[in-house]
Design a binder for this molecule. Structure first.
Ligand SMILES: Cc1ncc(COP(=O)(O)O)c(C=O)c1O
Length: 366
């Protein structure tokens, strides 16, 4: 029997088994160099190879066009809350933001340091259970960019289509929790960023994909460490980068390519999510948080009829090897995070447990 359990963590999250096994070997001795990956200088020929392969494989996975740079930074996705307006928003101008949950709010909170913020759509009134669209969206007159969180990790909602930015405005997306979960047209964005610790690798490295024409022309003078263009030009190693994170992201890109690329990821993710959603839709013991048309294939949020039953569900699931199912404190209940590397068998095991639990507590009401 395996000594590993089903890890439904929202991030850091489970990684592909083959990647972890390769990493175990490479931590001891990578490329027959006699030195492990954690011990190599970020300026030697071995790390040159890691850097260049990671960039090339990232480009191949996402079919990233040549006019976009691929690079990485530290400080988590949270640092991008100020980096984006610092680099792109001139004083006195406005940027439009979709308010779809905590991560969007963290970004919205920083904009005033550099310019004006306009909330162009919000689902706050319904505790972020949907994505604002249609006549719920009102852009400002002439925004510099429109920012959205493509997948709301806490609430379990996902943009199924990109917002249509007005005029010359470009799109900025926080893709931390659904990057590379399905094919996406990256040419549509000015900038995409993603903390690696969900679909791409370990915590400590943030992937950025940005139009060269934008990142090379920051709208104000900035400290060197805050300049996207400089960071990209220096291949993410203006200073010492998180070398292990870069290496591991590279291994995850190789894994995605070997598994059939983003088309294969999408098919697998749809199938996994459907196992859980089909069951939720077929019964009335568990209630989903997100409305059906906006629900996420990555983070599935649901509740029992009472908070006491939620707590019992989480405890009993844990004892059965279904771990880290507690929902974020902002909404309570349960959250099953099933990123690319999460196995289908784990989704089936969760549904089997949900059935048993609902049966044992039949008759419980909210
Ligand atoms: C969508 C999204 N954005 C931003 C963050 C914050 O990332 P970090 O902790 O890397 O700063 C998270 C973390 O879970 C997230 O899910």
């Amino acid at each position: 029997m395996s000594d590993r359990v089903y890890n439904f963590s929202a991030g850091p999250a489970c990684l592909p088994e083959s990647v972890l096994k390769q990493a175990q070997k490479d931590i001891w001795n990578i490329f027959d160099s006699g030195i492990g990956v954690l011990e190599h200088s970020h300026r030697n020929k071995y790390f040159d190879r890691i850097t260049h392969e990671t960039e090339a494989d990232c480009r191949a996975v996402g079919n990233i066009p040549d006019d976009m740079a691929i690079f990485w930074m530290q400080g988590g996705a949270t640092s991008q809350c100020y980096m984006v307006p610092a680099n792109f928003l001139p004083e006195g101008r406005t940027a439009d933001y979709f308010q779809t949950g905590k991560w969007a709010n963290d970004s919205i909170d920083e904009v005033h340091l550099y310019g004006n913020v306009h909330i162009c759509g919000s689902s706050k009134e319904s505790n972020y259970n949907h994505i604002p669209k249609g006549d719920q969206v009102k852009y400002s007159e002439n925004p510099v960019y429109v920012q959205f969180t493509s997948n709301n990790t806490i609430m379990g909602t996902e943009f199924k289509e990109n917002p249509k930015a007005p005029g010359d405005a470009f799109l900025v997306a926080d893709m931390s929790s659904n990057i590379y979960s399905r094919p996406m047209d990256f040419s549509q964005y000015g900038l995409v960023y993603a903390g690696a610790q969900k679909n791409l690798g370990p915590a400590g490295v943030t992937l950025l994909i940005g139009k060269k024409s934008l990142i090379d022309n920051p709208v104000r003078e900035l400290p060197k460490m805050m300049q996207y263009g400089l960071c990209a030009k220096k291949e993410g190693r203006y200073n010492t980068p998180p070398t292990f994170g870069v290496y591991l992201m590279g291994q995850v890109f190789k894994w995605i390519l070997a598994e059939g690329g983003l088309q294969a990821m999408e098919e697998r993710n749809r199938e996994k999510a459907a196992i859980i959603y089909d069951f939720i839709d077929s019964q009335d013991f568990f209630t989903p948080h997100a409305i059906t048309e906006d629900r996420s294939d990555m983070n599935i949020t649901f509740k029992c009829p009472s908070a006491e039953l939620d707590a019992q569900f989480i405890e009993e699931a844990e004892a059965k090897g279904l771990t880290t199912l507690a929902g974020h404190r902002a909404i309570g209940g349960m959250r099953a995070s099933i990123y690319n590397a999460f196995p289908k068998a784990g989704c089936e095991a969760l549904v089997a447990f949900m059935k048993d639990f609902a049966h044992a507590h039949a008759g419980a009401t909210a």
